[in-house]
Design a protein around this ligand. Structure first.
Ligand SMILES: Nc1ncnc2c1ncn2[C@@H]1O[C@H](C[S@+](CC[C@H]([NH3+])C(=O)[O-])CC(=O)[O-])[C@@H](O)[C@H]1O
Length: 326
């Protein structure tokens, strides 16, 4: 069941309590909005999923809830059919009662590239902006985060997250709010803020960086992952129309440009910690995401180009600190 009230209870006694001035009204408006066409159908599926839950939760090196054989074959098949109602599953993978949700993305590979370079998450308050299905929220919790909050405007991803959360016994320290980053007040309360795969979807990347900074406490850490292009500090690709078939891509900076933007916004200790070409092993069609994927978005005779003729997707991870004097 989608339940925001438990989040209010968690933050009421925390350093996020000031969020209660604005959050309930925003979420009430979201609940009463007519925009989410399939939400009633998905909520019925979530209700049916309530009869499944397990104490066996492994969040350390994967997201695994419930063991193979823990429920009967018949129940496993039924669970699999219910989970397929949330197609397309983009971010994962998840192992749920022996069902392997082989998502479009190997989000675990991204996590493996990020984790070695960031401050340990133990006891931290973390915010994951554009959290998708919430895959990384579970990995953050697995690293010992005290509170993991994800925001993402997608109602489908909220339902995927809620399904996983219910199956694992409703961890009260992991939450998903259906909001865009631009809807958050300046909370200045998180120890670590993640923005992974979001900057290129924003029309104003500098504003995005300030919005992220506004969520960090003094001395907090920003972890930003985004599409990049080769070039110097003044190189930025602005696609004419689509980029790799995505119609909402605005700015792809070079690493040097991204570092310059972060510094210009007042971040300190700015560094790029990883750079990787996105392969068709990392992003691909599966049984759980049956639409086109990266292989269909690259030139058939030249995989170094998107079908629009731009450089093929390459991503980098940047880490920076919010100084204490801002
Ligand atoms: N204004 C916004 N505010 C917050 N989220 C947004 C906004 N606009 C779009 N999104 C959300 O940002 C996510 C980007 S996907 C990265 C997922 C994960 N982080 C990953 O790194 O694997 C990458 C991609 O689809 O290109 C989607 O879930 C959007 O709904």
């Amino acid at each position: 069941m989608i339940d925001f009230a438990s989040f209010y209870q968690v933050i009421a006694k925390s350093r996020l309590s000031h969020w209660l001035h604005t959050l309930p009204a925003q979420l009430n408006a979201w609940e009463n909005s007519e925009r989410h066409g399939n939400l009633p159908k998905w909520q019925r599926v979530l209700k049916k999923l309530e009869s499944y839950h397990s104490q066996n939760v492994n969040l350390h090196d994967r997201v695994e809830i419930g063991l193979p054989g823990e429920i009967s074959d018949g129940h496993t098949k039924k669970l699999e059919n219910l989970l397929q109602s949330f197609h397309p599953w983009r971010k994962g993978p998840f192992d749920l009662f022996g069902i392997h949700i082989d998502t479009e993305w190997r989000s675990d590979w991204k996590w493996d590239r990020v984790l070695p370079h960031i401050s340990p998450l133990k006891n931290r308050y973390v915010l994951d902006v554009g959290c998708g299905s919430g895959y990384h929220l579970w990995r953050m919790r697995g690293e010992g985060a005290e509170l993991a909050v994800g925001i993402d405007p997608s109602a489908l991803f909220l339902c995927q997250f809620t399904a996983v959360k219910q199956l694992g016994g409703n961890d009260p320290q992991v939450h998903f709010l259906p909001l865009g980053i631009q809807e958050l007040p300046p909370l200045r309360a998180f120890d670590t803020v993640f923005s992974m795969g979001v900057l290129y979807h924003r029309r104003s990347p500098i504003d995005h960086l300030y919005q992220l900074k506004d969520q960090l406490r003094d001395g907090g850490e920003l972890v930003l992952e985004t599409l990049i292009v080769d070039g110097d500090e003044n190189t930025v690709l602005v696609p004419d129309d689509r980029y790799a078939q995505m119609n909402n891509v605005w700015f792809l900076p070079s690493p040097a440009a991204m570092i310059k933007w972060l510094k210009k916004c007042g971040f300190q200790d700015v560094r790029m910690v990883d750079e990787a070409i996105t392969t068709t092993d990392e992003q691909r069609k599966t049984e759980w995401m049956r639409n086109d994927s990266l292989a269909q978005y690259l030139m058939p005779d030249d995989p170094t180009r998107t079908i629009e003729g731009y450089p093929a997707p390459k991503r980098a991870v940047f880490v920076a600190t919010r100084g204490s004097e801002d």
